[in-house]
Ligand binder design. Structure first.
Ligand code: PHB
Length: 390
C-alpha cells in the first residue's frame, strides 16, 4: 500500500515537473532574431536590434496573453553559422518565429529550416529578389534591389545621364541591382558602357574607380551593402571623380543614414532611390526617429532599422490575429496581406509573393539643420518587386 502510494506520488510529481515547463513555455512567444552583431555587417545588427527593442518598448512585451521573448544571436553574416543557429533556435529554444537576416546568403541558409519546421521567417534586411522563393514560410519587410533600382533608371536618362557604368557588390543583391538598373536604362534609351563587380568581403574600390574615371561615363551607379557606402564615397571623392564630371548615383544603400552624416559635403547632391529616409516627412516617421535617437544616443535609424521595426509589427499583429493560439501556419497566414503605415510610408505584405509592396522615393543628399539627409523629391507609389516572375 505504502509502495503504491509512493509510486503514485512519484508519477504525479514527475508529471507536474514535466507539465510545468510546458505551461511556462506556452505562455511565452519566442522570436529568434539572427543578426550580424560583429564583423563587416555589424551596423545592420545594431540598427535592427535597436529598432526591435524600440518596438517592444512602445508596444509592450505581452501580446494576446503571451510574454514576448526576443532571443538575439550573432551569426556574423556567415551562412554556415546562420544555419546552425537557426537549427538550435528551432529545436532547442522552440522559437515561434525566426527573424532578422542581415545578408542574402544568411537568409538563404536558414530557408530550409523554416520550411522543415513550419516556422515563419521574417526577413528584415536581406534584399535579393529570389529570397522569398526559397521557402513558403518567408515574409519580407525590407525591400528588393530590383524594386529600388528601376526607379533610378527611369529618372537618370530624363536628367541628363545618358551613359552609366555600374559598380556592384558581387553577390545576390548586387547582381539584381546591376541587371534591373541596366535593363531599364537600355529600355529608356540610355547606355550602360561597363558593369563592374567588386568582391563582397573586404572590397578595394580603388582599381575599379580608376577604371571608371578613364571611361568617363555621365554617372557611376553603385550598389554596396549597408555599411560599405562611406568607403565608396570617400574613394570616389579622393579620386576627384566628381570634379571630372562623373555623378555618383545608386540605391539608397550607398547614402545609408547610419553613415551619411559623417560623409561630409562631398556627398551633397548625390541622387539615390530607396524606400526609406530618416528625413521622410510624415508624423509617424518623426515620432519613430525621435524615439529611436532618444533610446540610442548618437545613432540615426537607417533602412535596416525600419525593416526591423516593421518586421516586429508584422509578428505582433499576427500573434494578435491568432489570439495567441496560432502555430506556424496560422501565424504565417496572419502575416500575409498585412497593410499598414510604416515610418517609410504605406506598405503591405503581398499575400501571393509574401514580399513587401511599398513606395520608392527619389532622394537627393542635402544639408538640413546642419545635418546631411536624403531628402525625398519624387515618389513612385506602391512598387511591387519587379524581380518576381509571377
Ligand atoms: C543583402 O545581402 O541582401 C543586402 C545587404 C545589405 C544591403 C542590401 C542587401 O544594404
Amino acid at each position: 500500500m505504502n509502495k503504491r502510494l509512493f509510486i503514485r506520488s512519484t508519477v504525479l510529481a514527475a508529471m507536474a515537473a514535466t507539465a510545468l515547463p510546458v505551461l511556462a513555455q506556452s505562455n511565452t512567444f519566442k522570436i529568434g532574431l539572427i543578426l550580424p552583431m560583429t564583423g563587416q555587417q555589424a551596423s545592420t545588427g545594431r540598427q535592427i536590434e535597436a529598432a526591435a527593442r524600440l518596438y517592444m518598448a512602445q508596444n509592450g512585451d505581452t501580446v494576446a496573453g503571451k510574454k514576448i521573448e526576443l532571443i538575439v544571436k550573432d551569426d556574423t553574416a556567415t551562412p554556415d553559422v546562420t544555419k546552425r543557429i537557426a537549427q538550435e533556435l528551432v529545436v532547442n529554444d522552440k522559437v515561434n518565429v525566426l527573424a532578422g537576416f542581415g545578408v542574402t546568403p544568411a537568409a538563404l541558409a536558414a530557408a530550409p529550416i523554416a520550411t522543415q519546421s513550419k516556422t515563419p521567417l521574417v526577413v528584415m534586411a536581406a534584399a535579393t529578389s529570389s529570397i522569398t522563393q526559397a521557402s513558403p514560410y518567408i515574409i519580407r519587410t525590407s525591400f528588393t534591389l530590383p524594386q529600388a533600382s528601376v526607379a533610378l533608371a527611369d529618372w537618370a536618362p530624363k536628367n541628363g545621364i545618358k551613359s552609366v557604368v555600374t559598380l556592384v557588390s558581387d553577390y545576390g543583391p548586387g547582381i539584381d541591382a546591376e541587371k534591373f538598373f541596366k535593363d531599364r536604362m537600355l529600355f529608356n534609351g540610355g547606355k550602360v558602357i561597363d558593369s563592374l563587380r567588386v568582391p563582397m568581403r573586404s572590397p578595394d574600390f580603388a582599381p575599379f574607380l580608376q577604371k571608371v574615371r578613364d571611361q568617363k561615363p555621365d554617372a557611376l551607379f553603385v550598389f554596396v551593402p549597408s555599411g560599405a557606402g562611406a568607403a565608396v564615397m570617400k574613394q570616389f571623392l579622393e579620386r576627384g571623380m566628381d570634379k571630372a564630371g562623373i555623378k555618383l548615383i545608386g540605391t539608397g544603400d550607398v547614402t545609408d543614414d547610419d553613415q551619411l552624416n559623417d560623409m561630409g559635403d562631398g556627398a551633397l547632391g548625390v541622387v539615390t532611390s530607396h524606400h526609406y529616409s530618416a528625413n521622410h516627412p510624415s508624423a509617424m516617421n518623426k515620432k519613430f526617429v525621435d524615439a529611436f535617437e532618444k533610446a540610442n544616443k548618437g545613432m540615426r535609424p537607417n533602412f535596416m532599422a525600419v525593416g526591423g521595426y516593421d518586421g516586429m509589427r508584422v509578428i505582433y499583429e499576427a500573434l494578435k490575429a491568432t489570439k495567441g493560439q496560432g502555430g506556424g501556419d496560422a501565424l504565417l497566414a496572419a502575416m500575409k496581406g498585412q497593410i499598414f503605415e510604416s515610418p517609410r510610408g504605406k506598405m503591405f505584405i503581398d499575400a501571393q509573393t509574401r514580399d513587401v509592396v511599398q513606395d520608392i522615393y527619389l532622394r537627393k543628399v542635402e544639408r538640413k539643420d546642419g545635418q546631411l539627409y536624403n531628402v525625398e523629391f519624387d515618389v513612385i507609389k506602391e512598387v511591387k518587386d519587379p524581380g518576381k516572375t509571377k
